[in-house]
Design a protein around this ligand. Structure first.
Ligand SMILES: NC(=O)c1ccc[n+]([C@@H]2O[C@H](COP(=O)([O-])OP(=O)(O)OC[C@H]3O[C@@H](n4cnc5c(N)ncnc54)[C@H](O)[C@@H]3O)[C@@H](O)[C@H]2O)c1
Ligand SMILES: O=C(O)[C@H](O)[C@H](O)COP(=O)(O)O
Length: 384
């Protein structure tokens, strides 16, 4: 049994070592020749899996250790009878924490003591947008949900949805749709020049879905205008060859790492392992939890003097502060486009260990019930 796998998938040996021989490859440059004799192909989002790659190969199972599937030709795999599995929701908490941290920094920049005064429009309310909505709601934010496919499917339920135009009216607009083309509610260039014109200087636009959901030529043009909104981009058109001019105009620019918590990546591996076991009729023997190392930061204490907003946001930024990733990306902007693209991938390959809020214990002494609820909402473990 030969397993060809992207070298950036963590715990390959631990999960798949007993199943077969593993051939590690660079996902971005994987060739037909490298995969022709494989039985199983395991990828991340940088490998296009289609007829060009797999026609004539032995591959019977393809797994992507990611949420997004826009790099996979699902219809072609199905027509060939090749089993496919993704990892839905694996890094939803990681992306949620990225968005919360960005909102926290935006509130600080706006001089707001109470960050929950910000209204948040979530475009795409699936695993990621749904988890984010729940956390924001529990924290006391006013949240507006935009998801036309769900709105159609759930017409008879109580959930209220808003139009894209109404979502774009919120203080913070955050995009969490998949990248889709040629289908109802397709998201390719969902945010056009006309939409971008309606987002003003006091607003924040975040994209951690896929770069192509925003028309980035129009976005760059919008950011050159004096009343431009603040923008935080984690995903870009044409990764890894991203536009350095757009990075310069972006407030927080990160190299597609919103989902890169250790927990998120390990759950991605675990989910494709489980799907592969099911496909091959093998027992599931491994769990991601058994491989999670001790976190470097394990406990933070707050006393009764702690102000609610400050305490919650201090702990959040201690877990993840996007300014570090922004600084690293900006350092790579020199050089020609080939060098910059290589640096973008290097930042992702050599990403430092980042742990989720759930890895951190919060010790609270004599603090309010509402502060405890806020920490719980964000997934922290409480020690009271
Ligand atoms: N930056 C990162 O590291 C990172 C990490 C994880 C996921 N992602 C991206 O985020 C996307 C969303 O992830 P998810 O787990 O929530 O996916 P999901 O499939 O669970 O949810 C996506 C939601 O978007 C909705 N949607 C589709 N078209 C829409 C439209 N035109 N307008 C509004 N909503 C629309 C769907 O109905 C669905 O509810 C993934 O497809 C992936 O591309 C990025
Ligand atoms: O879709 C996803 O899960 C994310 O975009 C994922 O974090 C992308 O990471 P990559 O596969 O490119 O390493």
């Amino acid at each position: 049994m030969l397993i060809v796998a992207d070298e950036n998938i963590p715990l390959l040996d631990a999960f798949f070592g007993e199943v077969g021989e593993i051939r590690r490859v660079t996902g971005r440059t994987l060739t037909r020749e490298q995969v022709a004799d494989a039985d199983i192909l395991l990828v991340r989002s940088v490998t296009r899996v289609n007829r060009e790659l797999l026609e004539g190969s032995r591959v019977r199972f393809v797994g992507t250790a990611t949420i997004g599937t826009d790099h996979i030709d699902l219809a072609w795999l199905k027509a060939q009878g090749i089993r496919f599995a993704a990892a839905p929701g694996c890094n939803a908490s990681s992306v949620t924490e990225y968005v919360l941290s960005v909102i926290s920094l935006f509130a600080e920049r706006r001089g707001l003591d109470d960050w929950t005064a910000l209204s948040v429009g979530i475009v795409g309310v699936g695993n990621v947008g749904g988890e984010l909505a729940q956390v924001l709601d529990r924290l006391g934010f006013k949240v507006h949900l935009c998801d036309p496919p769900r709105e159609e499917r759930e017409a008879d339920l109580d959930q209220t949805f808003v139009s894209l135009e109404d979502a774009l009216d919120c203080d913070v607009v955050t995009l969490h749709t998949p990248l889709t083309r040629n289908q109802p509610h397709a998201t390719h260039h969902l945010l056009s020049e006309q939409h971008l014109a309606t987002i003003g200087a006091d607003q924040l636009l975040i994209n951690s879905g896929r770069g192509e959901v925003i028309d980035s030529t129009a976005l760059l043009h919008r950011l050159e205008q004096p009343d431009a909104p603040l923008v935080a981009l984690d995903v870009w058109e044409q990764e890894p060859a991203i536009n350095p001019g757009l990075v310069e105009k972006t407030w927080l620019a990160t190299p597609h790492i919103a989902g890169y918590s250790l927990e998120g990546k390990m759950q991605g591996t675990e989910m494709v392992y489980q799907a592969m076991c099911q496909f091959m009729g093998l027992p599931v023997r491994k769990k991601a939890g058994q491989f999670l190392p001790e976190p470097a930061l394990s406990k933070i204490s707050f006393t009764s003097a702690a102000e609610e907003d400050v305490a919650v946001r201090t702990a959040l930024l201690a877990c993840y502060d996007p300014r570090r990733d922004d600084a690293r990306l900006r350092l790579t902007l020199q050089g020609n486009s080939t060098e910059r693209a290589a640096e973008f991938d290097r930042l992702r390959r050599d990403y430092p260990v980042r742990r989720e809020c759930s890895s951190l214990k919060i010790q609270l002494k004599g603090t309010s019930k509402s502060l405890q609820d806020s920490f719980r909402a964000m997934g922290f473990k409480l020690k009271i």
